[in-house]
Each structure stands twice: as structure tokens, then as C-alpha cells.
Design a protein around this ligand. Structure first.
Ligand SMILES: *[C@@H]1O[C@H](CO)[C@@H](O)[C@H](O)[C@H]1NC(C)=O
Ligand SMILES: *[C@@H]1O[C@H](CO)[C@@H](O)[C@H](O)[C@H]1NC(C)=O
Ligand SMILES: *[C@@H]1O[C@H](CO)[C@@H](O)[C@H](O)[C@H]1NC(C)=O
Ligand SMILES: *[C@@H]1O[C@H](CO)[C@@H](O)[C@H](O)[C@H]1NC(C)=O
Length: 228
């Protein structure tokens, strides 16, 4: 009789599928090396002043092989998007059609495995936006929600003065923004470069000795530094 073997395989397959969501993983999954995500950003609960309307849409292009990261930020009912382009040499450009600001950070782009290195603290299981999630904390201010079934990020909050809440509306693995003109800082960024450079991140925390921890780097990655 052949059927017991088939049945056994089906039971094994079902158990394996169930295991991925029933057991608690050691940590959040590493990120894919390239992805495009659309993030809904809510800054309503931010306790420090932010510029412009508090609701935004971010198009986030993470491109680790090329060591670059772009947040294209659209404020609610505003036509002029804000670009936040981050390079691995430490330069970050924040610009729109009229203004530009650059910041120097001693470290570059966030690594895909920054959250999967065993340093995240498991906070339990919670449903957010209808998704059953594992919840992780890091560095006392990041709360990171990962879909228990697919292990995609669903949401993250910064429970500090930046108070930012971001909801992952789409997450496309392997999607790359090839159009270099979208990454290129415009001419008005280079008129008087030295004048506007600072050595602070967006939370006004001075970076010393070339050290910036991954948690703060994540804030930069998420475009929080561009929010104010
Ligand atoms: C707003 O932020 C505070 C901490 O700053 C937190 O205690 C509170 O729960 C937040 N409110 C909402 C509605 O998320
Ligand atoms: C944004 O956050 C505030 C404060 O946490 C909350 O009251 C509000 O419902 C949120 N708005 C949206 C559209 O999520
Ligand atoms: C870093 O790289 C970008 C993009 O190539 C460039 O525009 C910027 O000037 C560089 N910054 C430094 C400090 O070399
Ligand atoms: C530098 O900052 C000033 C004041 O905010 C602004 O007017 C000027 O356009 C900036 N320069 C560049 C090159 O971004």
C-alpha cells in the first residue's frame, strides 16, 4: 500500500508549515539585500516639533549591494516630495526641489542582519493591522513587528521623543530603483556644501569616535531624521 507514505509526507509538510508560525524564532529574519517598501508614517504622537503634516508615505528603496538607501517622503496633500538619500561613505542628502541639507555620519548603510544578530529582545505575540506578529524590542526604543507566518516586517515604532510609527504597506523583495537620477542630489546641494553640514543625526545626538549604533542607524534608515 502506497498511501501511508503519502499521508506521512502530508503530515510532515503540515507540521513544518505550522512550525514556522507556532514556534518563536530566535530573532527577526534578516532583511533581503534589496527591497522596496511603502511605509505609512504617523508622526502625530511625536513630542518634538516636526515640519509639515504628520502623516506621510515613504517609498523606501534599500540596496545593500550598492550600499545605498533612499527614502522618498510624501507629506499628506503636498506635491513636493522630500528625498533622503543615504550613502555608505557617510553622506546623507535631504533635499526637495528648493532646499538641501547634508549630514555626515561616520558609518554608512544599515546591514541586512543588524536585527537578526541575537540582540533583539522578544516581547511576545501581538496582532497589529490584522497580522499575527512576533514583537521584538531593541535598544529600549525600537518595537519591531514581524509577521509570524511570512516573517515580513509589518510595523515598527520608535518609543522615544521621535515617537514615529511606521506601517509596512508593501514589501517587494528584490525590487531595485535603477534610475540613477532618482539618487542624484541636485545642483543646489553643492552650492555651499560646507555651510550646511552638521555632525548630528536627526535626533540631535552627537556622534563621537566614529561610533553610531545600529539602533540609531535604523532611525536614519527609516527616514526619521528627515522628519524634523
Ligand atoms: C504616545 O507616546 C507615548 C510615549 O511618548 C505613549 O505612552 C503613548 O502610548 C503613545 N500614544 C499612542 C496613542 O500611541
Ligand atoms: C496617528 O497616531 C495618533 C497618535 O498615536 C493616533 O491617535 C491616530 O489615530 C493615528 N492616525 C492614523 C491615521 O493612524
Ligand atoms: C559620498 O558619495 C556620494 C555619492 O557618490 C557623493 O555625492 C558624496 O560627495 C560622497 N561624500 C563624501 C564625503 O565623499
Ligand atoms: C543652507 O542653509 C540655508 C539656510 O537654511 C539655505 O538657505 C541654503 O539654501 C542652504 N544651502 C544649501 C547648499 O543647501
Amino acid at each position: 500500500m502506497a498511501w501511508p507514505l503519502l499521508q506521512l509526507l502530508l503530515i510532515a509538510a503540515a507540521a513544518a508549515a505550522g512550525a514556522s508560525s507556532a514556534t518563536t524564532p530566535d530573532g527577526p529574519a534578516p532583511w533581503p539585500e534589496q527591497f522596496h517598501a511603502v511605509l505609512f508614517t504617523n508622526l502625530t504622537n511625536v513630542s518634538i516639533a516636526s515640519s509639515g503634516p504628520p502623516l506621510r508615505l515613504h517609498d523606501l528603496y534599500y540596496d545593500w549591494p550598492r550600499r545605498r538607501n533612499l527614502n522618498l517622503i510624501r507629506h499628506q496633500l503636498s506635491g513636493d516630495p522630500l528625498y533622503d538619500v543615504e550613502w555608505n561613505n557617510g553622506t546623507t542628502f535631504y533635499f526637495d526641489s528648493a532646499t538641501c541639507r547634508t549630514e555626515q555620519f561616520p558609518v554608512g548603510v544599515l546591514r541586512p542582519g543588524w536585527l537578526a544578530d541575537g540582540s533583539a529582545v522578544y516581547l511576545g505575540r501581538e496582532t497589529t493591522g490584522g497580522f499575527d506578529c512576533h514583537v521584538w524590542g531593541k535598544a529600549g526604543f525600537i518595537v519591531y513587528y514581524e509577521d509570524a507566518l511570512t516573517r515580513r516586517p509589518v510595523r515598527w515604532n520608535f518609543i522615544d521623543v521621535t515617537g514615529i510609527e511606521q506601517f509596512v504597506m508593501s514589501f517587494e523583495v528584490g525590487v531595485v530603483l535603477e534610475d540613477d537620477s532618482q539618487w542624484q542630489a541636485p545642483a543646489h546641494c553643492f552650492l555651499d556644501e560646507a555651510a550646511n553640514k552638521t555632525n548630528e543625526d536627526g535626533d540631535h545626538v552627537a556622534v563621537s569616535n566614529g561610533v553610531m549604533d545600529a539602533a540609531r542607524l535604523f532611525r536614519k534608515f527609516a527616514g526619521a531624521a528627515a522628519a524634523y
